[in-house]
Design a protein around this ligand. Structure first.
Ligand code: HEM
Length: 307
């Protein structure tokens, strides 16, 4: 619509526009090349690879007491690299990734823990821990296998295996996150944990939201250098007319600048042409009058502005 409005505009306005748009602001006349600053190549955020990580977590102190106490008369057996030193288990060799731009990451740890008790009726294994990291929050996912207490008391010893149960939430409000010279370090100390709905459904006994032991972890890794994305660089078209033909749509922001410049240029040319013709007519009229008056003084009344 902008071009039709302009086509009805007085020539003087168009001539002025040609000066303003066509000469003073050539970038606008190029149309598509105008927002150069907005096209500055974005950089992709560095995603860090976590090459080593450690978790220290007691799981649940009351559960350990129950297992090792006089009721269950049981034990636990860490395996696959997991260690135990009262009062906590230690997972090492975690690997994964972390994106400092979003604060999201995931670290997987090998190994697990097998809890036994009640003469073998209680036989629960927690393994393949994944620590999920999100801004200020996290979760521990585990593969859970065992017989629930409910089933055991009912005489059903069917082992149920549930992979990667989002077992507990982890409060990561205190997460320390440092990227320096391409090296990443993450650390959280004594982050509060609580069993999730899914954890309760799979493990039983502890209602959703019941506190488990606080969890500490640290991780280190390397971050790729930020690389420019493959965004197209601004194209300065040497042929605005060709652009105008391609653009077609007057409503679009980028094609709008071109018709404005074209109309302005045409307006400028017309004004110049009309101005030149008028001057020629005035000069020729003077000549004729001079010839008629035999070279006498010109009639100034006829020499007003050639408007
Ligand atoms: C026939 C077998 C079982 C018997 C007689 C039994 C008995 C009990 C008893 C008496 C308690 C209360 C302990 C306390 O308050 O100090 C308890 C707690 C518990 N039992 Fe069992 N249980 C059996 C099997 C199981 C199984 C198969 C599981 C599976 C994981 C299990 C998981 C638990 C848990 C998580 C608690 C809560 C421990 C805590 O205080 O944090 N039990 N059990």
């Amino acid at each position: 619509m902008r071009s039709s409005l302009l086509s009805r505009a007085p020539l003087g306005v168009l001539a002025a526009a040609s000066i303003v748009l066509g000469v003073a602001s050539p970038a606008l006349a190029i149309g598509d090349a105008a927002p150069v600053e907005q096209r500055t190549a974005a950089t992709s955020p560095p995603v860090c690879e976590i090459t080593d990580a450690t978790i220290t977590w007691g799981f649940k102190e009351s559960f350990r007491s129950y297992i090792s106490g006089s009721i269950a008369k049981g034990a636990w057996e860490p395996f696959g690299g997991v260690g135990y030193e009262t009062p906590a288990f230690t997972w090492t060799g975690g690997t994964g990734s972390y994106d400092p731009a979003t604060g999201a990451g995931s670290i997987a740890f090998p190994g697990g823990i097998r809890f036994t008790g009640h003469g073998g009726l209680l036989d629960s294994t927690v393994q393949n821990v994944t620590l999920e990291i999100a801004p200020a929050a996290g979760r521990v996912l585990v593969d859970l296998a065992g017989v629930s207490m409910e089933s055991a008391l009912a005489g059903d010893d069917t082992v149920v295996t549930t992979p990667q149960v989002p077992f507990v939430t982890v409060d990561l409000a205190g997460l320390e996150n440092t990227v320096s010279g391409g090296a990443l370090t993450l650390a959280a100390a004594d982050a509060a944990t609580a069993i999730t709905e899914e954890g309760f459904a799979a493990f039983g006994n502890y209602e959703t939201g019941t506190a488990f032991d606080p969890l500490s972890f640290s991780a280190s890794g390397v971050c790729a250098a930020a690389t420019p994305t493959a965004e197209p660089s601004p194209v300065v078209d040497a042929s605005p007319a060709a652009d105008a033909a391609e653009a077609g749509d007057d409503e679009s922001g980028s094609s709008g600048a071109l018709p404005v410049a074209l109309f302005a240029a045409i307006g400028g040319a017309l004004v110049a042409t009309i101005g030149g013709s008028t001057a020629a007519i005035v000069a020729s009229r003077r000549k004729q009058r001079k010839a008629r008056a035999g070279g006498g003084p010109a009639d100034h009344a006829d020499e007003g502005p050639a408007a």
